[in-house]
Ligand binder design. Sequence first.
Ligand code: AMP
Ligand code: MG
Length: 427
Amino acid sequence: MSHALTPLDEAQAFVLAGCLRNKPRILALDEALGCVLAADVVARHEVPPFATSAMDGYALRADDTVVAPATLEVIGSLLAGVAPTMTVGPGQAVRIMTGAPIPPGADGVCMVERTRTEDGDRRVVIEVPVARGTALRHAGEDISAGQTVFAAGTVLGPGHLGVLASVGQNPVEVYPRLLVGVLSTGDELTDDTAALEPGKIRDANRHSLLAMLRADGHDAVDLGIVEDQLEPIRHVLSEAAGRCDAIVTSGGVSVGDVDYVKVVLAELSGGSMRWMQVAIRPAKPLAFGTLAAGGTPVFGLPGNPVSALVSYELFVRPSLRQMGGHLELHRPQVLGVADEELRRRADGLLHLLRVRAWFGQDGRVHVRASGAAQESHLLRAMAESNALALVPDGPGVGAGDAVEVMLLQAGEMGPTPTGVAPGAPVP
Ligand code: AMP
Ligand code: MG
């Protein structure tokens, strides 16, 4: 194992190269939220499929209303979902509801508010002239037949699913959700919530990592805590390799560790596993390789909880997105403003500080360190952060200086975890 430092981009490139895009699968629309389309979707028919009324009112011939008010004979009524059987002739109108098909002969709709009925609804007085096309939704106005509705590579959100349903595209061909196994290694770890025995700590990583995976739209499988022994680690990893698309472990990959995870991974990967000391802090140690049987990628993350989560962000998340067919792999990164000085020591590493980021009045992203302590074993600053500030080697950045910010939760950009500005009264 080499102790030479690997630059971050080289480590990311190595990991990405081992995580090939999965095979597409046909999924029911309601199973496809968050998945990436594997093929263009072409509309089989127009949307709307026929001309409909945009209002409750009367379908009529616009020419009959040039001189208003105009009295027309009501020859029937149409509800949404009913095919018209009548044709609107000169001097005639049909009572029509929003979404009902426009009957043949009609070329406009007068909203009901501009009408009154006479003679027990047998006649209607149209109070204003109705221009041709008024309150009509034309066939194909939204989508025309044969049109590419969404191109391959589109990430399916709720709106996309609705559109696909409206053109009858169900099921749909997508890159499926990944099944990702998570295990923790370490004899000191326990999941028991009873009083801790001496020397034991509770397993934090597995719970965070399972949640990260689920938040990213994957199916996460809990592979439990595995003791620092060759046989149990070998057993869990080989069993998981058979059913998981990828495996994430934490612990046991640092330089000083008892080598169990490293030994087993070296063995199961047929030598493809690479141990890296990435030139970053936290999350310096990283193991990555693909298992010889089936090519399942395995990420060996460091045990320190903050390191594990930062490592997930930098290496696991983009790789799994690539496997899932995503074209955009990385979190958004912007040049923000440090609202307070972000000190660090020069050590040849890129520092990733856990920060709170929010949009200032100036429209720029501002950051503050989340929690005074940035040590990699202190998880609370990580929990309170929504971004990482990328502080290059040197003494750090001063208050008011520009700093690169990776946004981890672009949807949660309040200045504090609760979204309330420091010192502001809670509403
Ligand atoms: P390791 O990478 O195994 O050397 O672990 C580094 C540090 O992280 C040690 O202090 C471990 O006790 C701690 N650690 C390892 N795994 C976990 C975990 N799953 N949850 C919380 N702390 C952990
Ligand atoms: Mg350990």
